[in-house]
Design a protein around this ligand. Sequence first.
Ligand code: HEM
Length: 166
Amino acid sequence: MATKDLKDDTAATSAGKLFTRAEVEKHSETSKDTWIIIHNNVYNVTSFLNEHPGGEEVLLEQHGQDATEAFEDIGHSTDARQMMESYKIGELVEAERMEDSGKRIRDWSNKNEDSSRSYANIHLTPNAENEFNKVAIVALKLSADDQTSCVSPARRSRVMSMISEG
Ligand code: HEM
């Protein structure tokens, strides 16, 4: 029975099993579970698909793959990172881990505010960052009525509320 298989699977791996990338991919091909790799950890997000604020499509697209880059490109919050823990079923075998894993985790608290920052491994000088912010704000304004925008209405209104109209 499918439900029983899913439960058995999760139980067998919750202790922190080691997987190869090929095993994660194969499992995704042969079962209905959605397993994804993020920062060398393996997650079974099957039960999270309906609840994901970013929608199930983006997770299904990463089915069996390494979604580290996509995950970081979105700029997930600390809450999202804590939430992930409950879906973790194991880790990649040591030989297949990515060396730079974790380096791109950003500190959203701004505790260690620096004069320059990195986004997606691109280093921005303070001047470049100012220009970048202006472009981002214009893009947000232009996308306000665009249904195909990749910026969610919630995030857009959060950002817009921080900008005074000029
Ligand atoms: C276990 C893995 C994941 C968890 C727990 C998770 C959780 C969340 C949460 C809580 C949010 C709301 C915004 C925030 O708090 O950051 C979110 C938004 C989002 N997530 Fe994920 N996520 C996961 C994986 C992914 C992956 C792999 C992708 C891309 C392939 C993705 C794409 C998105 C998108 C597009 C949004 C909407 C961003 C926005 O509205 O600005 N997520 N996710």
